[in-house]
Design a protein around this ligand. Structure first.
Ligand SMILES: [Cu+2]
Length: 324
């Protein structure tokens, strides 16, 4: 353990030095974490996820994804998107694969586990984090952990598995910090912009593929997700079939007409003869060949609205206009 001797000595030397030490300490506290030295435990902020203003583009990153703190410091993870994420430290010997893919039916993945101080080797989970309330899921807006011991600790978002990872480097108490919170915030802003660019490029590629008989259910890569049907409005004739296709790598969606069923994960209704009422695809998984498609044949004229039951609260809705 190191101590800040400059300040320590002030307490029992000349009153002038004492006063100077207090002034220094106050300026350090006012400025937040300094790169040179520390005085008492600090609190740090990590953003969980990112999004476009209209929630169309969702990012899969902890910002910053790597942070260096000292023993005794606290990290506060703050939900920064409508999409759900978790902050999850695995137990020693526990494999990430055993928890993937994310299963909303497993309470351990949905709920907060572990205490307020990270012990370095047990399963800790924030539960679901989001910056809005999410229908059907318990969510929190933030999660805090104090790190009492040195080490490098990796954590994951269980919802976005292999692609969303963060690391906390905990140094000896009193060490100099390599970066300030302001440094992290600046680089996070740059990364957020890159994520949005990536998402808009994905969106543009969907727009090039879609037509009145092929709707893409959004998409995702390892950086961002598009939470929109492309195109959201299509026009077809009675007897036509519209294929809803998920071209993504990981994110599931649904196509749900009428009232959402109690179990949104399983299919219901008859997609071969749809003339209105209730019809739901169940999960349309990404990256599953023919299972990544849901075909609906419309047997009556009308305007049929549908939603993605997982992402409708972000604006993921569409309609099929069927004419005679
Ligand atoms: Cu969706």
């Amino acid at each position: 353990m190191k101590h800040n001797h400059g300040i320590r000595m002030g307490f029992h030397k000349l009153p002038i030095i004492f006063a100077a030490a207090i002034a220094l300490a106050m300026s350090v506290m006012a400025a937040g974490p300094a790169s040179a030295s520390t005085w008492g435990p600090h609190s740090w902020k990590v953003q969980v996820g990112s999004e476009s203003w209209d929630q169309e583009i969702q990012g899969m990153a902890f910002l910053p994804s790597n942070i260096t703190v000292n023993e005794g410091d606290t990290i506060n993870w703050q939900a920064n998107s409508a999409e759900i994420h978790t902050v999850t430290f695995l137990a020693k010997g526990q494999s990430l694969d055993s928890l993937l893919p994310f299963n909303p039916g497993v309470p351990d993945e949905l709920l907060k586990r572990g205490g307020a101080s990270y012990d370095g080797h047990s399963y800790y989970n924030s539960g679901l984090l989001a910056n809005v309330s999410v229908p059907g899921f318990p969510v929190a807006k933030s999660y805090s952990l104090m790190f009492p011991q040195e080490g490098d600790f990796t954590y994951w978002c269980l919802v976005h598995g292999m692609v969303m990872k963060g690391t906390v480097h905990v140094q000896e108490r009193g060490s100099a910090y390599p970066h300030t919170q302001a440094d992290y915030d600046r680089s996070s802003k740059v990364q957020e912009r890159a994520i949005l660019r990536d998402g808009h490029q994905l969106d543009a590629s969907l727009a090039r593929q879609a037509n009145n008989h092929l709707v893409l259910t959004g998409t995702d890569d390892s950086i961002s997700m598009v939470m929109r049907f492309v195109q959201p409005t299509v026009r077809v004739h009675v007897g036509d079939t519209v294929v809803f296709s998920n071209p993504g790598m990981g994110e599931p969606h649904t196509v749900t007409f009428g009232t959402e069923p109690a179990n949104i994960f399983g299919p219901s209704g008859d997609p071969a003869h749809f003339s209105g009422g209730n019809l739901s695809s169940g999960i349309i998984p990404a990256n599953a060949g023919p299972h990544s498609k849901f075909a609906v044949t419309f047997t009556a004229a009308g305007t049929f609205k549908y939603v993605c039951a997982l992402h409708d609260y972000m604006g993921m809705v569409g309609k099929v206009i069927v004419v005679a």
